[in-house]
Each structure stands twice: as C-alpha cells, then as structure tokens.
Design a protein. Structure first.
Length: 121
C-alpha cells in the first residue's frame, strides 16, 4: 500500500473556491456570513436574466401584435422596383447560403432569375 501511495501523483484542489461568503442579510438583521455556492449563485442570476428577457419579449410581442393591423394597412408603404427587389432577393439568397454553410439551415430556398422560388434540400 505504501508503494502504491508513493507512485500515484495527486494534487488536491481546494473546494473553498466554489464557495462565496454572503454578507447579505435577508431578514434585515445582522447575522454571521453564510457560505453560498457560486454555481447556485450563477444559476439564479442566469434564471433572473432569462425571466427578464422573456418578460421584455412578451411586452414587445404584445405591442407588435396590437399594432399589426395599423402597420399592415398603413398608406405609407414603399414600393420597390423589380430590379431592387431582385437585388434584395439575391442578397437574401446569399445570406441563406452562408447560413447553410455554417450548418444553421438544413434547406436552401433560392431566388432564381427565372422569377420563381426553388428549393434544394
């Protein structure tokens, strides 16, 4: 057993690096500091950020849903010439191709010069 213990190289990592002393007083009265796990602290922070983002998303979505009819029927619509529309569609096709090359899209929809959509999967 002595030979085995001598042949194994082991380094101990201090577990205290995962703890943080909490100086917050939830009850408002001073108390002795508590140990808080950093992982749990980061997880609760991430959860709060996600909840914040979801709340903002819900508000924005509701605002856009309520204004959709006005935006749809607004008389200030800009019209594009056929050439401008073709350029924009070709730009979108290029962007889709880049996303497909990155593996973010599995199907590629292209705007062809024959004025129709084609799909290659």
């Amino acid at each position: 057993m002595q030979d085995l213990r001598g042949s194994v190289v082991a380094h101990l990592i201090e577990a205290q690096r995962l703890l943080r002393l909490s100086a917050a007083y939830p009850s408002g009265y001073p108390a002795r500091p508590r140990n808080v796990y950093r992982v749990l602290d980061c997880a609760s922070d991430l959860g709060a950020r996600i909840n914040d983002t979801m709340a903002r998303y819900g508000q924005q979505s509701q605002r856009l849903d309520q204004s959709f009819p006005q935006r749809l029927l607004a008389p200030e619509l800009t019209t594009l010439s056929a050439d401008d529309l073709k350029l924009r569609m070709e730009g979108l096709d290029t962007k889709r191709a880049e996303l497909k090359d990155l593996g973010l899209l599995s199907c590629r929809i292209c705007w062809r010069s024959s004025k129709r959509l084609s799909s290659t999967c």
